[in-house]
Design a protein around this ligand. Structure first.
Ligand SMILES: Nc1ncnc2c1ncn2[C@@H]1O[C@H](COP(=O)(O)OP(=O)(O)OP(=O)(O)O)[C@@H](O)[C@H]1O
Length: 372
């Protein structure tokens, strides 16, 4: 008899509602965590993580975004117990993983799946045998492994690649195998360390869709470590921005990216949205007002008080014939985010009046220059 339930069966039945006032134990909790790599030869000590203190809810998809060197990989290695904190603790599924060693640590690591940028598949093993690896390590019987691998290949939608070697597969297919292998032992947490960074945009979308399905159907908590805003935007509900080892912002993706406070968050947003100024307009911009020309004003649209009626309101309330020269509006977490580029005729006085109006109505705006 198969000792392991099928993936078709509900693996984790919906948790019963908690009595009022009780809060579910988060899946991962960082408590006053810091990590310093000691000085080595001529290299000084590096404080990779500083006073990191936040929690990741059960069943959530959380993006952890930061630039190169921000401390993301260190955070991953602390979650799966490959590194020990210098101070503080990491609690995973109620257990202090930072205090575990030897066999208890290896057992705890089985409930944390990992997927990687470069897939980390064994080239000498077929797709099926790569997926089987963690099950062999965990001591499953051959028959159970066969059944489970077949289920997992179905789950990641590459059942026909059972006997293929990694060299015969595309990047997306390799990552599907990586995902199947990571889920083999039914982890509670899936850590994705830049898992789509080596994939083209279309394959990235397909892999992120697969992760969303896995989260929905299996209830696995997913932590997406990335330097790409587009990944966070597509998949995560919560985001944690880290910069130079510190958490600088965190919250709902829509809130954080409609009102980014920290410069790093603003830069990530700008990478997705661009500056919204078309090349033809940029080439005509000058810094001196031109007679009969227009002042060019960029207005940021952030969140629900969208700029869709703004041009009409400016025209009506200020009696200025405002032109919409360009617009780039995207959607993040269901909220409009982007910029409008307005052309304001009527000289300096009209431009100032428009900027004052925008400021009064809580629109961030700046004058980019003038066009004749
Ligand atoms: N084993 C180590 N020994 C010494 N310093 C380290 C070690 N691992 C990381 N660091 C340093 O810690 C800091 C954070 O590195 P980390 O790899 O965690 O950042 P990251 O955000 O993952 O960056 P990347 O995306 O470039 O991998 C960096 O300054 C890095 O050089």
């Amino acid at each position: 008899m198969n000792a392991h339930p099928s993936i078709a069966e509900p693996i984790r039945p919906a948790e019963p509602a908690l009595p009022e006032g009780l809060i579910a134990e988060p899946m991962v909790r960082f408590e006053r965590l810091s990590k310093t790599y000691p000085a080595y030869r001529d290299k000084p000590a590096v404080e990779a993580l500083k006073d990191v203190d936040f929690a990741i809810a059960r069943g959530a998809i959380t993006g952890v975004i930061g630039r190169s060197g921000a401390g993301k990989s260190s955070l991953v290695r602390l979650i799966n117990g490959l590194e020990k904190p210098t101070t503080g603790r990491v609690i995973v599924d109620g257990r202090d993983i930072s205090a575990l060693r030897g066999q208890p640590l290896r057992l705890a690591q089985r409930s944390i799946g990992m997927i990687f940028q470069h897939f980390n598949l064994l080239s000498s093993r077929t797709a099926a045998d790569n997926i089987a690896l963690p099950l062999e390590v965990a001591g499953w019987s051959k028959a159970d492994i066969r059944t489970r691998v077949a289920e997992l290949l179905e789950l990641v939608d590459i059942a026909d690649k059972h006997d293929r070697y990694p060299s015969e597969l595309s990047g997306g297919q390799k990552q599907r195998i990586g995902i199947a292998r990571a889920l083999a032992t039914r982890p509670n947490v899936l850590l994705s360390d830049e898992a789509t960074s080596a994939l083209d945009p279309q394959t990235t979308r397909a892999i992120l869709d697969l992760l969303a399905n896995i989260n929905r159907e299996l209830g696995v908590t997913i932590i997406l470590i990335t330097h790409e805003m587009s990944v966070v935007r597509q998949l995560a509900k919560e985001v944690v921005v880290i910069d130079d080892g510190r958490v600088v912002e965190r919250g709902h993706v829509a809130d954080i990216f409609t009102h980014p406070k920290h410069a790093t968050t603003q830069t990530f947003l700008a990478e997705v949205l661009g500056d919204a100024v078309p090349v033809s307009l940029a080439s005509r911009l000058v810094q001196q007002p031109a007679p009969l020309g227009q002042a060019v004003i960029r207005v940021q649209v952030r969140g629900s008080h969208a700029g869709d009626t703004l041009v009409a309101r400016l025209a009506r309330e200020l009696s200025v014939d405002v032109a919409l020269l360009a617009a780039r509006i995207d959607e993040i977490g269901g909220q409009p985010v982007g910029s409008l580029i307005l052309g304001v005729p009527g000289g300096e006085a009209a431009a100032r009046q428009t900027l004052a109006y925008l400021s009064q109505h809580q629109f961030a705006a700046e004058r980019l220059g003038y066009v004749s």
